[in-house]
Design a binder for this molecule. Structure first.
Ligand SMILES: Nc1nc2c(ncn2[C@@H]2O[C@H](COP(=O)(O)OP(=O)(O)O)[C@@H](O)[C@H]2O)c(=O)[nH]1
Ligand SMILES: [Mg+2]
Length: 238
């Protein structure tokens, strides 16, 4: 059987408490048996808690992002790095213990079997552990998701999920300039604009290990502004 490269991308900012568990829970054997050759990449926003030392101990490739912190900055740099590799697909998941590495094979199988461009893990269709998401974030995510679907006319049930599988072509087509947590909304808008096939599977969302960096109101407004902007200005100008 021909093996294809898969990048498993973990964005981190001070995730030393969670990263080991996340990496060790990746079902390597199952993913390999499915025909993938795994590369784990940690993109880091400037951790000072030993995250990078841990990442190299766990045999992850490390990208220390340039230009300052921000999940969007980090993912964009990691996508560039991905395009200079030969890997065929990428799975990204937060490195904080909220998403389940055990569910990676389900996303990848759906990506392959349905020849989708993107498979997102939907928490809204899945199972949210008590205390994993504040009521404010739950309501906010619903409003933002509704706004996104209303403007961009492509179905999705969980705009702010951090668990995605993408094929190489969809990453190649993405034109992004997000700095922070509005990156997923911009990825969605770009995918919708390019008429990519987006599928979903229901996933679990657990309580994070360590402290959240998302400050809900400001980030919610930035996400809304990005969704609206990308309706009228389809790709970043600079
Ligand atoms: N590369 C990078 N990752 C970040 C940065 N800020 C947050 N992250 C990671 O992005 C993921 C989501 O952040 P988190 O604080 O859990 O936000 P929340 O889940 O929305 O509360 C986590 O894995 C963080 O470690 C950053 O500046 N750079
Ligand atoms: Mg989180």
């Amino acid at each position: 059987m021909e093996t294809l490269g898969i990048t498993i991308l973990l964005p981190t900012l001070d995730e030393a408490k969670a990263l080991r568990k996340v990496v060790e829970r990746i079902p390597f054997e199952q993913i390999t048996a499915d025909g993938w050759n795994i590369r784990i990449v940690v993109v880091d926003g400037g951790s000072t808690d030993g995250t990078l030392e841990l990442a190299s101990e766990l045999n992850c490739q490390i990208i220390e992002q340039h230009g300052g912190a921000g999940k969007g900055r980090g993912l964009r740099e990691a996508f560039e790095n991905f395009m200079s590799s030969n890997d065929a697909a990428l799975v990204m998941m937060d490195a904080d213990g909220t998403y389940r590495p055990e569910e990676i094979p389900q996303l990848l199988r759906k990506l392959e079997q349905e020849k989708a461009d993107i498979v997102i893990g939907s928490r809204m269709k899945g199972w949210i552990e008590d205390g994993a998401m504040t009521r404010r974030n739950w309501v906010g995510n619903h409003i933002l998701t509704w706004l996104a679907v209303f403007l961009h006319r492509t179905y999705i049930s969980d705009l702010c999920t951090g668990f995605w599988a993408l094929n190489r072509n969809s990453i190649k087509l993405m034109k992004l300039n997000s700095i922070g947590f509005e990156i997923e909304a911009e990825m969605y808008a770009s995918a919708a604009h390019n008429n990519l096939e987006i599928r979903e599977i229901p996933i679990h969302y657990d309580k994070r290990i360590g402290r959240s960096k998302l400050g809900s109101i400001g980030d919610g407004i930035r996400i809304a502004m990005k969704i609206i902007r990308r309706k009228f200005v389809r790709t970043p100008i600079s």
